[in-house]
Design a protein. Structure first.
Length: 401
């Protein structure tokens, strides 16, 4: 008897909600899905949990296909999908879709849920077909386009993904389209790999038109200019990153040296490094400036410059580089040199474990720059990490690339 009662608990709960809704004529959407979720997760005993699926099977049999119970069954199908019962969810939604006397709006809702079932099951072709048929509908057009965009991105079909992103623009008119800009950058990178620089340049121009703050498009344009040895143009493009997103300045200042060297303007390069550090406290600029000073004036000048910075800012890399130049310049005593080398070894080990890049949205960490975060799936949220601060997102995960 106890076993039978535990089996019927979820059925009784859901049936009670359904009866109350019929009696009072209330909208089933408010709280129904939460109620089903609680009914499914209420059992704490292993034996009771094993019976929950059978209870929902009984619930599906007692619910008819009228408009009043459609939302109940759609909620049940969504719960089955989230619980991993994909075959049962597909069966339920396919059965609902075959029922007569369904309005167009109801059929759209059923088809969308069916598409989500296919997507969860990895049946991408079927899911794409379902969502494609719903893109013109008012109720599920945007959501269907978003799902198709996710499918094309997972398949690295950048052309069709860009088409979806363009179609989605009508729902967010007037806002910058960072996603579309990155999809155009993906097409540009493919064109560059094929040697089609004209097509690549066209894609990058479109990307910047969609999102003027797209750092990736500017970096790709500067790469093309560097390949053509157009040093002045490349330098202008690299400097413009400051006005798009100064967090990416560490990515450009190293390449700027090549431009200034070929233009015979190394003084201008040193001036720019000092400007970047003074304005944005970009550590990479200070370290590069110290390296240039060491080449020009020797290690003592570099050590003196970095020591002056330590009073206002201390970090692993600043300390490590200061010790390197100080050791090369002044340390002649044997014991001092031994201690110095041990400190350098320890600091080098700490520096080698620093991820280098991190996602400002979720905290994902990596050693190379990625434009699409593999954790939160956001574009252009991975930025160079500040060695003195780092990233403290929600779910950090250091992954060497």
């Amino acid at each position: 008897m106890l076993e039978l009662l535990t089996l019927l608990l979820p059925v009784a709960a859901a049936s009670g909600w359904y009866a109350a809704a019929r009696h009072h004529g209330r909208n089933l959407s408010a709280g129904l899905n939460d109620g089903l979720q609680r009914a499914y997760q209420t059992p704490t005993d292993t034996a009771i949990g094993a019976r929950a699926d059978e209870a929902f099977h009984l619930l599906r049999q007692i619910a008819d296909s009228s408009a009043k119970t459609l939302e109940l069954q759609l909620a049940l199908g969504g719960l089955l999908r989230r619980s991993g019962e994909l075959s049962k969810a597909i069966e339920l939604h396919e059965r609902l879709h075959s029922q007569p006397q369904m309005s167009d709006e109801q059929l759209h809702a059923i088809r969308f849920e069916l598409g989500m079932d296919y997507l969860s099951a990895g049946l991408l072709d079927r899911a794409e077909t379902v969502f494609a048929g719903l893109t013109a509908t008012a109720s599920h057009g945007k959501a269907s386009l978003q799902q198709m965009l996710a499918i094309y991105q997972s398949e690295k079909d950048w052309v069709r993904a860009a088409e979806c992103a363009r179609s989605l623009k009508k729902f967010d008119a007037g806002q910058r389209n960072a996603t579309l800009a990155h999809l155009l950058c993906e097409q540009a990178e493919s064109a560059i790999a094929r040697g089609e620089t004209v097509a690549a340049h066209a894609h990058l121009q479109q990307a910047l038109a969609e999102d003027p703050r797209c750092v990736r498009a500017t970096l790709l344009k500067s790469r093309l200019a560097l390949q053509r040895q157009q040093w002045a143009e490349a330098g202008t493009l690299l400097r413009s990153v400051e006005f798009q997103n100064p967090a990416f300045l560490p990515e450009v200042i190293g390449q700027l040296r090549l431009c200034h060297a070929n233009l015979r303007d190394m003084d201008g390069y040193l001036t720019y490094l000092d400007y970047v550090y003074q304005r944005y406290r970009t550590e990479a600029a200070a370290l590069l400036l110290a390296d240039e000073l060491a080449q020009r004036e020797g290690a003592p000048a570099a050590a003196s410059y970095l020591t002056g910075l330590l009073s206002e800012r201390s970090s692993l890399n600043l300390i490590r580089r200061t010790l390197h130049y100080a050791g090369a310049a002044t340390c002649i005593d044997g014991d001092c040199l031994s201690i110095l080398r041990r400190c350098l070894t320890a600091l080098d080990g700490l520096a080698s474990r620093h991820p280098g890049y991190g996602c400002v949205q979720c905290g994902y960490e990596c050693r190379e720059l990625h434009w699409h975060c593999p954790t939160c799936r956001a574009w252009e949220t991975i930025q160079p990490a500040d060695p003195g601060v780092g990233f403290s997102g929600k779910t950090p995960a250091t992954t060497p690339s």
